[in-house]
Design a protein around this ligand. Sequence first.
Ligand code: SF4
Length: 193
Amino acid sequence: MSKEQQSGKRSIKIVDPPPGYQGEGFFLTTLDKVVGLARKNSIWPLPFATSCCGIEFMATMASHYDLARFGSERLSFSPRQADLLMVMGTIAKKMGPILKQVYEQMAEPKWVMAVGACASSGGIFDTYSVLQGIDQIIPVDVYVPGCPPRPEQIIDGILKIQELVQNEPLRRRYSPQYKALLQRYGIQTVEAN
Ligand code: SF4
């Protein structure tokens, strides 16, 4: 038992405040920095796991690596309550439309991580039946290399996603560049009110 446990005291890590100005009794920052901070530390992943890389993800979730430390312990098996689509494993071409449908059902803002060689590029399966990378059907934000990647690599990918989430401008999803990106994949975009 650690000294902390013996004494009954527990240290709770609190994230740093966003950049801003502070003085006695006030703290001033911008809305997008506050929203970015909140989103970054509460990313709900949707694990789309089809084969061996999914086992590494299970290890990443378990007590030793403990993805909960990053605020991502709440897995969402419903696309409508998920922020991050994590694709892990070999994706057959037949499964492509299903993966795309899951992506389309997720609400904006959403991010995608290709975990492992298969999801990123087809991996060792250079065959007629395997999709040679999920970025052929949906846009990908972060690629995690490896066959399989170790949990440390998956966590590194999560940290990269957190960086993107924290720094994303609030209006990015309505920008012409983002619309053009989705149009290249034949995906409808939402209009700003
Ligand atoms: S990248 Fe390797 S470990 Fe991951 S799903 Fe493909 S074959 Fe399995």
